[in-house]
Design a protein around this ligand. Structure first.
Ligand SMILES: [Fe+2]
Ligand SMILES: [Fe+2]
Length: 267
């Protein structure tokens, strides 16, 4: 066999190895198929892609779950939850039965969920506070002295009248809830949150009134927070009074700030 013949045979063998349509047997080895190899490669690649896709799906579901948890933690309620919580079950039959059976209770119906004795005590304590404030402001009105006393005395009187209006509103609500407004003078000061401070001069009077207003503000805030949504009518009343007490406090702080300081006398 010359060189050319040997080269041709080797080329033919090489061509048969890489031919996609032929099976080639080398001794005892398994038949080799390029097409089968391609199929296995495609299958293997397909399984690999499937695995990657599955991993991505798992990751996506995990991310989705995290997103939902984040959303719930951030916004607490979805609109659907809000709706179901806003529209509570309403037992109309029970409401009708109570309305007929306990007619003597007036405004106190089965839906009233506040602690009534506690609400009445809170309202009576507020009433006592308002009445003490009326007395203190009226004394300050008549006892205001000095060059700047006229405008301040008028402010004291205006506040006194508004505190009396608050006392009337509170007494009306106490009666509406089936309680008794307590106007007893013997226990008035001990039940009041604010003090009855006569005041030594104009600045002292304003200061004492401002302190009383600040006490009233926090008392009403506490009452409003305690009521929550259990007695909305009383809460609205306290909120309206609170707004006026804040105005009073602001007026007094303004007066105190603009009151000329008395000249310091030399010893
Ligand atoms: Fe008041
Ligand atoms: Fe006030």
């Amino acid at each position: 066999m010359n060189t050319l013949t040997a080269f041709t045979r080797v080329s033919v063998l090489a061509a048969r190895v890489i031919s996609p349509n032929q099976e080639v047997t080398y001794g005892t080895a398994q038949p080799f198929s390029y097409r089968a190899m391609q199929a296995r490669a495609r299958s293997s690649r397909h399984r690999c892609i499937e695995r990657q896709y599955r991993r991505l799906r798992v990751r996506q579901r995990t991310d989705d779950a995290r997103t939902v948890r984040h959303h719930e933690a951030t916004f607490i309620q979805t609109p659907k939850d809000t709706m179901t919580q806003t529209i509570r079950p309403f037992d109309l039959q029970a409401v009708r039965r109570d309305a007929r059976e306990h007619i003597e209770k007036g405004a106190i119906t089965v839906g009233y969920s506040a602690d009534l004795p506690a609400v009445l005590k809170m309202l009576n304590d507020s009433l006592a506070t308002e009445l003490v404030c009326v007395l203190r402001y009226r004394r300050h009105h008549f006892m205001a002295r000095g060059i700047h006393s006229q405008a301040v005395a008028a402010e004291f009187l205006a506040h006194a009248n508004e505190e009396l209006g608050h006392a009337d509103l509170l007494a009306t609500r106490i009666a509406q809830l089936g309680g008794e407004p307590d106007f007893s003078p013997s226990t008035l000061l001990s039940r009041s949150h604010a003090d009855y401070a006569p005041g030594n001069d104009l600045a002292d009077m304003i200061r004492e009134d401002l302190i009383a207003e600040r006490i009233a503000i926090d008392s009403y805030r506490h009452g409003i927070a305690s009521l929550g949504d259990k007695d909305p009518t009383t809460r609205c009343l306290l909120e309206s009074i609170l707004a006026m007490e804040e105005e009073h406090a602001d007026d007094l702080a303004d007066l105190l700030q603009h009151l000329p300081t008395p000249p310091v006398t030399a010893h």
